[in-house]
Every structure is written in C-alpha cells, then in structure tokens.
Design a protein around this ligand. Structure first.
Ligand SMILES: [Zn+2]
Ligand SMILES: [Zn+2]
Length: 156
C-alpha cells in the first residue's frame, strides 16, 4: 500500500489538503450532473477514506443536491475560486470521500479503471478497452474491484 502523502488544493491556492493512503476507486463518470459540475465532457472521481483526507488550509463551502436516487450529495468547494475538492453522499455513511483528483498537485498519472454512465457520454468519446464499462451506476463494490485489478480487465 502506498502511504506517501500527496498534496492538493484549489486554483486560487487558499484551500490546500493532504492525502495519505491509497485511493480505493478511480473512474470517469459521464453522467450529465458530472458534465455540468465539471464544465467538461466527463467528471473524474477518486474514492479515498475520510481519515486519509486532511484539510490543511482554507475554507470549504458546501452545496447539496438531490440525486436521481433521492439521496443527497454534498459538494465541498473553495469559497473564493469555486473549485470543487470533493463530494460525499450524505445518506450513505460509507466512510469515503469522492475526491476530484484533478486538484492533486501531481495529477499526471490518474488512470481510471472504469467508465460509468456511458448512456449519457459525449458522442465522440470511446471508452478505452482497459476500463470496465457501465451504462449507468454500478455497485460500489464493482468500482472498488475494478480499481484493485488496476485496469487489467477488458470491457464488461
Ligand atoms: Zn480557491
Ligand atoms: Zn457523474
């Protein structure tokens, strides 16, 4: 297990954090909420243990939205520049945060192991063969499993 401490933060630099421990899932999400939230073609989500995340400076503001499932999802973002740092499902006390991995200082090796919500992906996007593919929301276990196999599985 990789116990190296990683640094990250928002765009204006007021919010900084440290991440210890290894992530348990890393995937691309093509749902329309992630497209809107990221302002991009897809969102990236990295599940980390709550105890592995430490806010080291700045103030996080929160925004709660109701998901299609009826559950509430809380986003935490820098109050100045608005960059999202993580989201968390409020009902699901899973002990995990869903970090926005592009906020890591060193973000050159964020290789997703799954593509989810492919039913609403951009037309031009072709999911690579070395990720697991899901049309909608998979079970959490499936995402954790595909991460453990670290992209070695082909399709599904
Ligand atoms: Zn900021
Ligand atoms: Zn999504």
């Amino acid at each position: 297990m990789n116990t190296e401490i990683k640094q990250g933060g928002c765009q204006c630099g007021q919010v900084t954090y440290e991440l210890s421990g290894a992530p348990v899932a890393l995937y691309r999400c093509h749902c329309t909420e992630c497209q809107t939230a990221s302002g991009a073609a897809f969102g990236m989500s990295m599940w980390v243990r709550v105890e592995d995340f430490k806010l080291t400076s700045g103030v996080l503001k929160t925004y709660v939205r109701v998901a299609d499932s009826g559950g509430q999802v809380e986003s935490s973002f820098c109050e100045y520049c608005g960059v999202r740092i993580y989201t968390q499902a409020l009902r699901l006390e899973s002990g995990y945060l869903v970090l926005k991995p592009g906020t890591l200082s060193k973000s050159d090796n964020l290789k997703p192991s799954a593509d989810i919500w492919l039913s609403s992906k951009q037309n031009w996007f072709e999911p690579p063969e070395d990720t697991r593919h899901f049309d909608g929301q998979p079970l959490l276990e499936a995402l954790f499993e595909s991460h453990q196999e670290s992209g070695s599985t082909v399709g599904d």
